[in-house]
Design a protein around this ligand. Structure first.
Ligand SMILES: Cc1ncc(COP(=O)(O)O)c(C=O)c1O
Length: 443
């Protein structure tokens, strides 16, 4: 039995490597502090769980939910946008409930792009944008995010012929993995770019409720006229600590909402009605209860503790204004995967190698503050024990002495490649058809 060419040619899933290695260490009795994942350690707010149980006890909750989402939830999203961002949405045509935002971010390329269309995707980025575009047969053009540009892509550097063929542009601020935030003027420029080139601006606001030191993340829909060209994705996973519930929404551009709804109608069965009812309660009650403020404060304390420790140990770790992510370079010349493997073998600390978010993440690590405070503190202790000198001179090649072999999963996770079918460039379909340097050079 052979997997499809699309699947068998997928690049290796970097986090699968990490997971396999963590399991091996744990199986040998070692302890691993996992600061590579972005799964919130906070418990779901109890009132939200109660709302879910109450909603689930109604017999009507167990039928197929309506396509597009419950009226109650779509109206709660509208009220939330009005209150939080001052944006007025139409619950019937401008809000679509999703089984998690990842699904929508993946499917939106299938809904908007034909094979051969161009998708503009930041690099590094949350992988679903690139993968969705790849599965839609779009030509994925990477927009490099560089520290010297505050991790905002240069839209003026996109060559005219590519911009003309582009159907979709992905952005994400506050940003995973870099922790960067966008300025209002950048959002205005992005909306103007989308309008000029008649493309859909997809903005991922997954970390919209994250913010420190008074920072409040804006919605791209606050830009005048943005609703004509922009679709914004929100999720309950991060803000309300319920990633397992699978609840998200896409809001904004009517045509895009309709296209994505048509596609989702064919693919899925919607979201359990009780989850949707509790999701409405989250926006109406929990968000106003101080839960979000308290969570941000926990992350802020961890951020301050960890950035101070990393700096003292010689890492150039910036202090983000939002997101639970610290994004910083490995010591000179170390590749992300090699250094992450060395750290895991030597300290039992798992960080995400930057290449898990695209080639543009090479040489970087992402540390997630969603681990428990105890694990954050223990990580600091372990890194200090190794010391700045050893951390800087870490083995440039291969795993730490005595560590488990660093194995890369083959493309497609090991699926056999159909014989006789010529392979496309393994990563070719997800690279620009011109050297990325052409874009980087003009930044
Ligand atoms: C930037 C970003 N967008 C979207 C998602 C997906 O969230 P969910 O599918 O749980 O709504 C994640 C999850 O980690 C993320 O980091």
């Amino acid at each position: 039995m052979f997997a499809s060419r699309r699947v068998s040619e997928l690049p290796p899933y970097v986090f699968a490597d990490l997971d396999a290695r963590i399991s091996e260490i744990r199986a040998r009795g070692g302890t691993v502090l996992d600061l590579g994942r972005a799964d919130p350690d906070h418990e779901a707010p109890p009132e939200l769980v109660r709302a879910l149980c109450t909603a689930a006890s109604a017999p009507s909750a167990h039928h197929y939910p309506p396509f597009g989402g419950l009226d109650e939830l779509r109206r709660a999203v509208v009220a939330w946008y009005q209150d939080r961002h001052g944006v007025r949405l139409d619950p019937d045509g401008e809000v679509l409930v999703l089984a998690g935002s990842k699904e929508g971010l993946f499917h939106v390329s299938l809904a908007m792009c034909d094979p051969g269309d161009v998708a503009l995707v930041p690099d590094p980025c949350f992988p679903a944008y690139r993968m969705g575009a790849y599965f839609a047969g779009a030509e994925v053009v990477s927009l490099p995010l560089r520290p010297e540009w505050g991790y905002l892509p240069s839209l003026t550097a996109v060559p005219e012929d590519l911009a003309r063929r582009a159907r979709i542009l992905f952005l994400n601020y506050p940003n995973n993995p870099t922790g960067a935030v966008a300025t209002a003027s950048f959002f205005a420029e992005a909306v103007a770019f989308a309008r000029r080139h008649d493309l859909l601006l997809c903005h991922d606001l997954a970390y919209g409720e994250s913010g420190y030191d008074g920072y409040r993340a804006p919605s791209v829909l606050q830009v005048e006229g943005a609703r004509d060209v922009a679709l914004e994705f929100i999720t309950w996973s991060k803000a309300f600590c319920i990633p397992g519930w699978r609840l998200g929404a896409a809001v904004g551009c009517r045509q895009a909402v309709a296209a994505l709804r048509d596609l989702e109608t064919q693919v899925g069965g919607g979201v359990f009605a009780a989850v949707q009812m509790a999701g409405a309660a989250a926006l109406e009650d929990v968000a106003r209860s101080g839960f979000l403020t308290a969570m941000n404060e926990t992350y802020r304390v961890r951020r301050d503790r960890m950035t101070a420790a990393l700096r003292e140990l010689g890492f150039a770790a910036p202090r983000p204004r939002a997101t639970p992510f610290l994004w910083f370079p490995c010591p000179d010349g170390r590749t992300a995967a090699t250094y992450a493997a060395w750290l895991l073998g030597r300290c039992g600390v798992a960080l995400a190698p930057g290449t898990g978010f695209g080639a543009g993440g090479e040489g970087y690590l992402r540390l997630s503050l969603t681990a428990s405070t105890a694990d954050v503190e223990e990580t600091i202790t372990r890194l200090r024990k190794v010391g700045p000198e050893a951390l800087r001179r870490a083995a440039p090649e291969g795993p730490a002495a005595g560590g488990v072999e660093w194995r890369r999963l083959p493309p497609g996770g090991g699926a056999k490649v159909r014989p006789g079918v010529p392979r496309r460039r393994p990563h070719g379909a997800i690279q620009p058809d011109h050297p990325p340097d052409a874009l980087i050079g003009s930044l």
